[in-house]
Design a protein around this ligand. Structure first.
Ligand code: FAD
Length: 191
């Protein structure tokens, strides 16, 4: 089982808070929020994205890619433009895709549509690039198999899985009523 709360590598090297170790025993970049990566040599001032020069960005990216020499960085607004997604950007994009797909799923799906939805959901624990996220989702789905019988049950099922992640990360739970879900992911707020 991947250990998302590790504070040291298998070699005993101390890790910054929030750093996640991947299945290869090395820091997992896509499992870690970018604000938890920072070159030790960098000065302590925050660098808003809009102010980052090319040299600064290159230095940051080289250190980011090396997986070594980082200290904790509490400011979330330090991601250089065009940098690869971190766990948060990937998560937001994936939830957007999944909740939108559920919101527009048919009320009465055909067997073909159900089979494809099941394939999509069962692929996530296998293929999702954040390995610790994928592992937790796979374990969660063993206890809560997907309900692909229609738009409403699928939207609720997905909301509950997202809430399980929210709870694990200490975030507030979302109201999983279909009215609330449709307002967020399909219809928008009433005028
Ligand atoms: P997000 O949680 O990304 O939510 C995006 C928007 O969805 C919110 O602004 C809100 O409007 C809406 N929303 C929130 N909750 C719900 C809900 N229950 N139902 C419907 N809509 C909702 N990150 C980790 O650090 N560790 C993990 O183990 C981890 N596992 C993940 C597993 C999966 C399958 C996915 C897709 C992501 C995972 N993430 C994980 C990322 C994490 O869930 C967030 O996406 C990330 O922290 C960014 O959070 P956020 O606060 O911007 O909003």
């Amino acid at each position: 089982m991947p250990d998302a709360s590790s504070s040291s590598t298998p070699n005993g090297e101390r890790l910054p808070p929030g750093m996640v170790i991947g299945p290869d025993g090395k820091p997992c970049k896509i499992c870690t929020a970018f604000r938890n990566w920072r070159p030790r040599a960098q000065n302590t001032d925050a660098h808003p994205r809009s102010q980052m020069g090319r040299k600064n960005t290159a230095t940051m990216m080289a250190a980011f890619a090396s997986g070594q020499g980082f200290a904790s960085q509490p400011d979330p607004d330090v991601r250089p433009a065009h940098c690869p997604p971190d766990v948060e950007e990937l998560g937001r994009a994936t939830w957007t895709f999944l909740h939108s797909t559920a919101a527009y799923y048919p009320e009465r799906p055909t067997p073909f549509q159900r089979a494809n939805m099941l394939n999509l959901l069962h692929a996530l624990p296998v293929l999702y690039p954040c390995t610790t996220c994928a592992w937790h989702l796979g374990e969660n789905m063993k206890d809560h198999p997907p309900d692909v019988s229609g738009r409403v049950p699928l939207s609720r099922w997905l909301c509950e899985r997202h809430n399980d992640v929210n709870e694990r990360l200490g975030k507030p739970k979302f109201n999983c009523s279909i009215r609330n879900l449709d307002e967020r992911w399909k219809d928008g707020p009433a005028d």
